[in-house]
Design a protein around this ligand. Sequence first.
Ligand code: DHB
Length: 377
Amino acid sequence: MLAHLLRLAGIETIVLEARTRDYCETRIRAGLMEQGSVDLMEEVGATERLHREALVHGGIYLRFNGRSHRIDIHGTTGRSMYIYGQQEIVKDLIALQLAAGGDIRFECSDVSIDGLDSDRPTLRYVDAAGDETRVTCDFVAGCDGFHGMSRPAIPESVLQTYDRQYPFAWLGILSESPPLDPELVYAHHPDGFALFTMRSNTMSRLYLQVAVDEDIANWSDDRIWSELHHRLEGEETPPLIEGPVLQKSILPMRSFMTVPMRFRRLFLAGDSAHIVPPTGAKGMNLALADVAVLARAFETFYATGSEHKLDAYSATALRRAWGAARFSWWMTSLTHVFNDRLAFDNMAQLSELHYITSSRAGAETLAEQYVGLPIER
Ligand code: DHB
């Protein structure tokens, strides 16, 4: 997305990607886009397939005490959410960038940065053919994920980090089966959280709260389905339809924030700077918002020579990132079972779920953040 926004502003980029194109286009990741993320896809002209295939959602269900309550997201905010897999976004953006003559280099390994102190940093890497290669540039955008080399390239003495681990994980499956409901169901259940979401009208994505150190080998398909029926179904809900499990994995839950998001000519964006627990689906949307802010800062610099937006990038991006981090932490705290909590805290959690689903102000608080906070550019 950053490469697209910059290309449209007449700024040249080179994208170094560790994986193969096929890997990027097929790995199952996030699937829920905020309206603002769709607006960005619109801005770069990448919505042709999205508008054809994405499922538009105007609400979600919160389920607790055996009943489902709808939060009317569109009714309260005038905005919608879109179901469209991250790998589909990646597919569309790669195709468009290559068609426009953009430079994406796949299978780059051993990437390192030299000369961050200078005006012309250099990236060294080993290319797909195994040759040592260098790229010298004006700026480096560290969009290389939580385990990438960008964040560690910044001296520890200038970074502050905020880390929060959660005492549980998610087990996620992709199932070839029709949706339980046309909208997402976030379920609080005494035996643990469950989430029903989807990728299409024939493909469901389901998650279960499991122990933090859970071994996937303990979860046969039968056990997973039995637990999903148990946590998601009730008298007034239709039965969950089972289908072949195409993929299953365990996802860790963590909040991690890096401050600042810039060191000299290196700018961090997305997971390289921060990760959020998956509840509320903020990770990918936050990464897209980061690069929207960053693209505008580069654009201003190249158009006017002014560095004021580059200097403001970290603070601007962090204001929104903390909003998403807080929301993801809050959605997680609201809907999961914490075994170490006091009985009082569990009652307060149920009371908060009741408040969010019965008060207009409560529902608006959730809806406004769920649909996505504004992007300050
Ligand atoms: C999805 C994942 C989430 O964490 C969430 O809150 C909503 C949707 C998904 O994979 O579709």
